[in-house]
Design a protein around this ligand. Structure first.
Ligand SMILES: Cc1ncc(COP(=O)(O)O)c(C=O)c1O
Length: 390
């Protein structure tokens, strides 16, 4: 039986409505396409939403992480992060001539192991910063991480690409370390297509990031066109980057921000439905129940020893049933660049390796209907049950 496109449930669909369409039109008709009032309003609204002193919009979380580490003072040396992440978390370290030091994750939350951070700091010279990643929106052990960082006088840059609007002990993820960076890439918890936001309470670092975001120019572009000083008068104080968020994207972001808590409720409901349908299958390990998570990803791990098929075959069979899935992540220490540059072996990070070989990310986004969620769960049971114990 071949499935029609309508019968397929994609891994992700963005949730956009007439509000976003109207916002884009408003900007197009304004005649101002680059960064100006919409970006500034988005920053103010986002800063208010997470309660941080400064929010700086950027064209991606990758740019944001680069600016954040730069403002945190990383120049060469080493930065601690996890291999269980997207390459952006580590590549930005390389942009600054520094080297990532990978620390394995813990099986319980798939986040960086604080004991491993301590060991890495004792072992390595010249660690300059810690970059924890809130995987799938689950909070890292931030109390431990900030206390280790405090003891060693190191900044913490939170990779909160998955984490909005999750929290940790009632504080928004991304606002607990020195600088936090969110992603608004198309598949994230809210989107601008491409885009990101940096938050910090540190005025000095905020100023540095704003300057470096736009060519190392010491005034924002909108100031150039609105301030009393003539627009041609500006100073370049460093070789900066071109990382600003255009107003068209910011206008979409403002609408998405208004909907973000509703999106979170929808993802929570889907996670609860998956748990209700799948918890009794002992060949699956489900993600922990975590009311603080942003529920960005729903990663189930198969128990390989109870099934006659491996993860790849499981995914292929789900695809035959019309269910789109993904894998988060192929760990960075298996990637040729990091593997070869740092001489890493697969078993150097046993938890990341094990999690990778068993993980399947199921669809979780507000546009999934109840019926579709039930169909995904049903398909997982069908594939798993038929391969069980045989
Ligand atoms: C953990 C993590 N960090 C950083 C990024 C980079 O985000 P962006 O695509 O907005 O640059 C991603 C993107 O997928 C991510 O998953």
């Amino acid at each position: 039986m071949s499935l029609s496109t309508e019968d397929r449930i994609p891994f992700h669909r963005p949730t956009l409505g007439p509000e976003e369409e109207a916002a884009v039109l408003r900007v197009l008709r304004s005649g101002w396409l680059t960064t100006a009032g919409e970006a500034r309003a988005f920053e103010e609204e986002f800063a208010a939403a997470v309660g941080s002193a400064f929010a700086i919009s950027v064209n991606s979380a990758t740019s944001g992480l680069h600016l954040a580490l730069e403002a945190a003072g990383v120049r060469g040396g080493k930065v601690i992060t996890t291999p269980h992440t997207f390459t952006a978390s580590a590549e930005v370290v390389r942009y600054l001539g520094a080297d990532p030091v990978f620390v394995d994750i813990r099986g319980e939350d798939l986040n960086i192991d604080p004991d491993g951070i301590e060991r890495a700091i004792d072992r390595e010279n010249a660690v300059q910063a810690i970059l924890p990643v809130h995987f799938g929106g689950y909070p890292c052990a931030m109390d431990r991480i900030t206390s280790i960082a405090g003891r060693h006088g190191m900044p913490v840059v939170e990779d909160a690409a998955h984490a909005f609007p999750g929290s940790y002990r009632d504080r928004p993820l991304g606002t607990i370390g020195d600088i936090g960076v969110y992603s608004f890439y198309a598949t994230k918890t809210m989107t601008t297509g491409e885009g990101g936001m940096i938050v910090t309470d540190d005025a000095e670092r905020a100023r540095r990031m704003k300057t470096m975001r736009l060519h190392g120019i010491d005034r924002e572009v909108w100031d150039r066109f609105t301030a009393d000083r003539p627009s041609w008068e500006y100073e370049v104080v460093d070789a900066g980057f071109k990382y600003n968020m255009p107003d068209i994207l910011a206008a979409i972001g403002r609408e998405q921000l208004r909907k973000a808590l509703g999106f979170l409720e929808a993802r929570r409901r889907i996670a609860a439905t998956y748990r209700a349908h799948l918890a009794d299958r002992d060949y699956l390990e489900l993600p922990p129940v975590c009311p603080e998570s942003s529920c960005h990803l729903y990663v189930v791990r198969i128990r390989r020893e109870r099934l006659s098929i491996d993860r790849k075959a499981f995914i292929d069979r789900l695809a035959e049933l019309g269910i789109g899935t993904s894998v988060h992540y192929v760990p960075l220490h298996l990637m040729p660049y990091y593997r070869d540059r740092y001489g890493l072996k697969p078993h150097d990070f046993p938890v990341s390796l094990d999690v990778y070989t068993r993980s399947i990310s199921l669809p979780i986004y507000p546009g999934l209907s109840d019926d579709e969620v039930a169909r995904v769960a049903e398909a997982v049971r069908t594939v798993g049950d038929s391969a069980y114990g045989s």
